[in-house]
Design a protein around this ligand. Structure first.
Ligand SMILES: [Zn+2]
Length: 113
């Protein structure tokens, strides 16, 4: 199971986090905060079934100097999503759990922040 070594500059670090929304990653949130990040393994999520699950979680690479800030932003974002109240889709009236911003039934997307 070797052969996945990734060469990176010393000043970049990898943040592992579990994405509770299975895909709605805070990449854009970091971009908005001026933190450049690189997302890896995103499309491996739920992939081959051969890799241990913790190797298929998304990896977010940021510059080491931004690690603390990035982690804080991610935590805040995920907590905000998890604590968001349920909402009713105005388009199809489906009940949607608060952490989701897109209606699973019709694809309606909220602009709530
Ligand atoms: Zn809907």
């Amino acid at each position: 199971m070797q052969g996945k070594t990734v060469e990176l500059p010393d000043d970049e670090t990898c943040l592992h986090f579990r994405d509770p929304n299975d895909g709605q990653l805070p990449e854009g949130v970091l971009d908005n905060a001026g933190i450049h990040c690189i997302l890896k393994n995103y499309f491996l999520s739920g992939g081959t079934g051969e890799l241990p699950i913790n190797e298929t979680w998304p990896e977010l690479w940021v510059q080491a100097e931004h690690e603390t800030c990035a982690l804080a932003i991610i935590r805040m974002t995920l907590e905000a999503q998890a604590n968001a109240p349920d909402w009713t889709c105005p388009n199809c009236h489906e009940r949607i759990e608060g952490q989701f911003q897109t209606c699973w039934n019709c694809g309606y997307t909220t602009d709530a922040t």
